[in-house]
Write a protein that binds this ligand. Structure first.
Ligand SMILES: Nc1ncnc2c1ncn2[C@@H]1O[C@H](COP(=O)(O)OP(=O)(O)OP(=O)(O)O)[C@@H](O)[C@H]1O
Length: 637
């Protein structure tokens, strides 16, 4: 405010000169203070961006954060303000290729910012370093999301002072040390810490208060606190030293643990010696039994494995650990090359039924002789890319330990062979024995939907996502209709089973390979009775999770239950806009149609089978959204 403006405002008021000057100076002081507070906030945000971007000026300029503009009024990218556009409340800097470090002190030591900041989200970057104790000064934080970065080091115990925290997602980093005891934060709803190097005991959370909890793939040890049955083994697996319910590994009896603590200084008592020698005896007996079993098994497989050559049987045992979430995400780095040569020559061509004219002259021996590369090892088996002498590239899916009989499997393959759809990858041939099944597919060069969403930094725009959703919904609806009387659903629907062909069109792979009773799908259906309609409703659930992946850009764990629960809880809290992938929002995708698609997805992932729509209804709903989207594009043009 200039002196002239100020003077004119008070012209009509009768005041002496000194009074006017006193008031003017006070105003000036207040304005200056406000300005300096704003400047301080702006400066800290700009410094923060520079730090996480490693002072990458090109990257920084994209975000439009500069001292001459206003973070709220000038819409700094990634900054959300309160409803009056006065204070900064949220920072969303997900998936933006940041590779610097995170220094919470820059934000949280600036009081006016710390007092209003409720969300810091930095997911899916390559930010490294640790998280310092100053994070605790951001007392209003309700969400801290740093998953999918390169963070390391231990967590400050001061994290437990964030009493407003609702969601903590530190998954997929390299954090080590103990997880601070957050059990006294009463509003905490989500703790995701999987895929880190965390160790020590799991704090005693009140699990009934938590919506999501996952500490799998860490180095936690000791007994799992009582979860009250709220969380399954998936939340705890792959912590070698962890024991107790819900993991299958039982803990040593409690009294033994207590006794050993009591007697630590006195050395073992005679009772303990007796107890330990019992354990040792038991362990020895177990080891001898296991060695005996392995020898027996090897002597059998050494000659012939149900018609499958040694090499194929042998190589597979050497492949690294399977993934509970998506094998694609974890296995990508550990590909190995090997040959599937048949040494025994025992395989007869008659055991493989090759139905497609594409592979008319192909013998099973050709497949086995060809060099092969492991593409992945999923929940149900391994997948190999096979380069044939003819120049053709095939994919062989090897499924082990199927509970369905060969006859059932053959019948299923026959039924599937009769139904063709341009967006469903056909099985070109198969081999089936009691112990395992092999399926042959054409190799698809452009990867999977999973890769498009999570594996590349390339933009994957709204129109393409909506197009894929509509195409796959139609293909599934067609398959469900055609295979209704056979009751064959897809059975393992997920983004890694949607492949992209040479024309960049999506196609469903592995349709009908898993019978319903082989799936975990039933665990998220409301009934445990396998029926044909359950098979289709399980597919609708799987498709709903894919829609959520398309809309949020987030990774799926535990059959998608986590993603569905998360989306539902955000929508319940009326933060619907916040579920969407940030790249869709910045691209300017229509929020109305994203919300419409979200509503379809939420219907599909309903826990009750009865409420879930049919695939036909889903396809109609998505087509309507797609048509609206296309109409609006035309009218804008
Ligand atoms: N025909 C194909 N052509 C090219 N890539 C494929 C083909 N089929 C599958 N893939 C890709 O190979 C990888 C491994 O596939 P695989 O089926 O073993 O894994 P998965 O789908 O995660 O597990 P599962 O189907 O056993 O639950 C995935 O990235 C998948 O997208």
């Amino acid at each position: 405010m200039s002196m002239d403006m100020f003077a004119s405002k008070f012209r009509s008021v009768k005041m002496n000169q000194t009074q006017i000057w006193v008031i003017f100076l006070s105003f000036l002081l207040i304005f200056n203070m406000t300005d300096s507070v704003e400047d301080e906030v702006k400066k800290s945000l700009i410094d923060f961006l520079a730090k996480i971007s490693n002072s990458n000026s090109q990257q920084n300029s994209l975000f439009g954060w500069n001292s001459s503009s206003d973070p709220c009024m000038d819409l700094w990218l990634g900054v959300a303000c309160d409803s009056r556009n006065i204070s900064i409340s949220k920072l969303f800097l997900d998936r933006s290729n940041f590779s610097g470090t995170f220094d919470p002190a820059i934000l949280c030591n600036v009081q006016p910012l710390a007092a209003t900041l409720t969300i810091i989200s930095l997911e899916g970057n390559s930010i490294s370093g640790g998280i310092q104790a100053e994070i605790a000064n951001c007392k209003q934080l309700t969400r801290l999301h740093v998953s999918g970065n390169q963070f390391f080091g231990s967590f400050p115990t001061s994290l437990a002072m964030l009493s407003n925290l609702k969601r903590l997602d530190i998954s997929n980093n390299k954090f080590s040390g103990k997880l601070p005891d957050l059990s006294r934060i009463s509003g905490l709803k989500v703790v995701l810490a999987q895929n880190n190097l965390l160790s020590g005991e799991i704090p005693d959370f009140d699990f009934s208060n938590l919506d999501l909890f996952n500490v799998s793939y860490n180095n936690f040890s000791g007994r799992i606190p009582d979860t009250g049955g709220w969380f399954s083994a998936d939340s705890f697996i792959s912590n070698p030293e962890l024991c107790g319910d819900p993991l299958p590994k039982t803990c040593p009896p409690l009294h033994a643990e207590v006794k050993s603590d009591w007697n630590k200084s006195d050395g073992p008592s005679s009772n303990q010696i007796l107890l330990y020698s019992g354990y040792v005896g038991l362990a020895l007996a177990l080891i001898i039994f296991v060695i005996f079993k392995i020898c027996k098994r090897n002597s059998k497989t050494g000659k012939k494995t149900d018609g499958v050559p040694n090499t194929l049987a042998a190589v597979d045992y050497g492949i690294d650990k399977p993934s509970v979430t998506s094998s694609e995400y974890k296995i990508g780095k550990s590909r190995s090359e090997y040959s599937m040569n048949s040494e025994s020559g025992m395989i007869s061509t008659s055991i493989v039924v090759l139905t497609s004219p594409m592979v008319n002259d192909l013998k099973f021996e050709d497949l086995l002789r060809a060099p092969a590369e492991l593409l992945g090892r999923g929940k149900y088996g391994s997948l190999y890319k096979v380069m044939l002498e003819s120049g053709m590239t095939m994919v062989v899916k090897r499924i082990k330990d199927l509970s369905s009989s060969s006859d059932d499997f053959n019948q299923r393959m026959e039924a599937l062979d009769k139904v063709k759809h341009p967006h469903v990858l056909p099985v070109l041939g198969f081999y089936s024995s009691k112990r395992e099944k092999l399926l042959v597919y054409e190799y698809q060069h452009n990867g999977s939907l999973f890769k498009l969403l999570h594996g590349t930094s390339k933009a994957f725009d709204w129109a393409s996502r909506l197009g894929i959703a509509a195409t796959i919904a139609e293909a599934l609806a067609f398959m469900h209709h055609e295979l209704r009387k056979d009751g064959i659903g897809h059975g393992n629907l997920k983004s890694s089973n949607i492949l992209v062909n040479l024309n960049m069109e999506p196609c469903l792979s592995e349709y009908g390979v898993m019978a319903l009773d082989d799936q975990e799908s039933l665990s998220f259906s409301s009934s445990n009775v396998a029926s044909s309609s359950n098979a289709f409703k399980a597919d609708v659930y799987g498709f709903g999770v894919i829609l959520l992946e398309l809309l949020t850009g987030k990774l799926v764990q535990s059959n998608g239950i986590d993603l569905a629960d998360w989306v539902n809880s955000v929508v319940r809290e009326e933060w619907t806009g916040e579920v969407f992938d940030r790249s869709l929002c910045s691209e300017g995708a229509s929020e109305e149609r994203m919300v419409n698609l979200l509503q379809v997805a939420i219907k599909c992932v309903n826990r009750s089978l009865k409420i879930r729509p049919s695939m036909n209804q889903v396809a109609v709903m998505i087509n309507t959204i797609k048509e609206e989207d296309e109409r609006s594009l035309i009218s804008e043009a």
